[in-house]
Design a binder for this molecule. Structure first.
Ligand SMILES: [Zn+2]
Length: 187
């Protein structure tokens, strides 16, 4: 039996994620019983065991972030992110006014009112699919500066399966393609 953090909301299904502290976070509908949730978590044991090492690796990495590493990641981000932004901007028919790289630890991306995009260099520690998800999400904000259904519709490509609580900054992005659920905070 796993220990987990339970977050109940108006959702219809149960989702399980591993957060940046390697805690198991379970989101569940209001009415479902604790027993049922326990059962679902147990059924996901294979997935949990498969992905926990990667989560641990990321956590250890996060603990080891030195100024030198931040510098390297920032350089990589400046080299690698603009072409990705460019590629998706063309596909989505939007035009960002600029790209800025920060070393924010809690927020991986944002889009300003003037359509300038901001990305954390720490994004470079994540798989390319996750990087692309954040890029597409921020580009979608050029059309919709909120988390409306229309904004969601703009995220059809690598769309997060569990992007609920979308109005808050604690967005959860599920990466279906790699069957790897990654917690990224962005807005
Ligand atoms: Zn957003």
């Amino acid at each position: 039996m796993y220990d987990y953090i339970l977050i109940r909301s108006k959702r219809k299904t149960i989702s399980i994620q591993i957060n940046e502290k390697c805690e198991i976070v379970v989101r569940a509908p209001m009415k479902i019983s604790k027993k049922e949730i326990d059962k679902t978590v147990n059924e996901e044991a294979y997935w949990i065991e498969k992905h926990m090492p990667e989560a641990r690796r990321r956590m250890e990495q996060a603990e080891k972030i030195t100024p030198e590493l931040l510098h390297q990641l920032t350089q990589r981000a400046y080299m690698e992110l603009p072409p990705i932004v460019e590629r998706y901007a063309v596909l989505m028919g939007v035009e960002p006014t600029g790209i800025r790289i920060t070393s924010a630890r809690k927020r991986f991306g944002s889009c300003s009112g003037k359509n300038s995009l901001c990305f954390s260099c720490l994004l470079m520690l994540y798989p390319m699919e996750a990087v692309e998800c954040v890029v597409v999400h921020e580009l979608a904000h050029i059309r919709h500066h909120n988390h409306s259904a229309q904004c969601d519709a703009g995220l059809s490509q690598p769309r997060g399966a569990a992007e609920e609580n979308a109005g808050s900054r604690q967005n959860v992005m599920a990466q279906r393609k790699m069957n790897m659920r990654i917690l990224l905070t962005f807005s």
